[in-house]
Structure formats: structure tokens, C-alpha cells
Design a protein around this ligand. Sequence first.
Ligand code: ZN
Length: 102
Amino acid sequence: MYSAFLKVTDKCNVCGLDLSQEDAGDGAVPFIIIIAGTLGVGIGVWVMFTFNTGVWAPIAVAFPVVAAVVLFLLPKVKGLLIALQYLNKAGDTGGNTFDNDT
Ligand SMILES: [Zn+2]
């Protein structure tokens, strides 16, 4: 459903659903911030205390962990939000975003 990283195609290549009206936008980002931040900082702090390193260790560990989690999860969570938007017939104008008749 993506033509590039996070760039949603106009039409589903499986069922032909018109995706040009999808409006998930940046809705996935807050969830990813919470998940990636918790994992990255948590693992970083664990490394710092477990191996008794300086404060450089949590920083050095958190950045790649956060980057990996974001790159892995963001397309999936955005797709989930688009699916939820479709299933719940949600639209910011009060109508069904995916219904071309309204
Ligand atoms: Zn489809």
C-alpha cells in the first residue's frame, strides 16, 4: 500500500480500494514515540547500570534502538490506522473518507 516509505499509493494493489482520500497523516507518530522511547531509553539505562558504564552508553544504545524501532514500526502502525479509519468509516469531515458517493 506504500509507493515509498510512508507514501500511500492512490489505489490498493490487492483490492483496488481508493486510498487517495486516506487521512492517517502523522497519527502513528505519537504511538511510535512512546514505544520507541520506552524501549530505547529502557535498554540504554539497563546497559548503563548492568555494565556500569558512563552516561555515553545509554545515548549510544538508545539512538540505534529508537531508529530501528521507528523504521520498523512506523509503516505498520500507519497501515493499521488507515485500516481502522476504513473499518470505522472515519473521516474528518463527518463523512466516510473512503466512500466516493458522499
Ligand atoms: Zn486492499
